[in-house]
Design a protein around this ligand. Structure first.
Ligand code: THU
Length: 131
């Protein structure tokens, strides 16, 4: 599958559905994330906040948890949306979360178009440094 053949519209729609489930009483900033895995499955997650603000879980946290819980795999493509359904850049911490589960050819839909993992997290620290 080329980067252009990735079902970006399906990913964005899944991310929007996830965004609708966000628990955001504090920031009122819902986020939804969706990923296409290397086996063709699409998974998603939403942000879940907490009265102890610093414990907030980003949508990407839920997404990588869904990945593990549904049998694992590698992320081929990723899309994230805000409360208006517009593309949102994953925060720095979440780029690291996604990096852990990347497929070698992983790409992200970003505000600047389709980007590789290396473009959004250059010279990343990762599992390879612990081998
Ligand atoms: N948020 C995410 O879920 N993912 C990101 O990549 C950026 C930020 C959430 C965390 C918090 O609930 C809200 O957006 C405002 O920061």
């Amino acid at each position: 599958m080329t980067d252009q053949q990735i079902p970006w519209d399906d990913l964005a729609a899944t991310a929007r559905d996830a965004m609708e489930r966000a628990y955001v009483p504090y920031s009122k900033f819902p986020v939804g994330a969706a990923a296409l895995l290397d086996d063709g499955r699409i998974i998603s997650g939403c942000n879940v906040e907490n009265a102890s603000y610093g414990l907030t879980l980003c949508a990407e946290c839920a997404l990588v948890s869904a990945l593990a819980m549904s049998g694992g795999g590698r992320i081929r493509a990723f899309s994230c949306v805000d409360g208006e359904g517009n593309t949102l850049m994953p925060c720095g911490r979440c780029r690291q979360l996604l990096y852990e589960f990347r497929a070698p050819d992983m790409v992200l839909m970003t505000v600047g178009g389709i980007r590789t993992m290396d473009e959004v997290l250059p010279d990343a620290f990762g599992p390879q440094h612990l081998a």
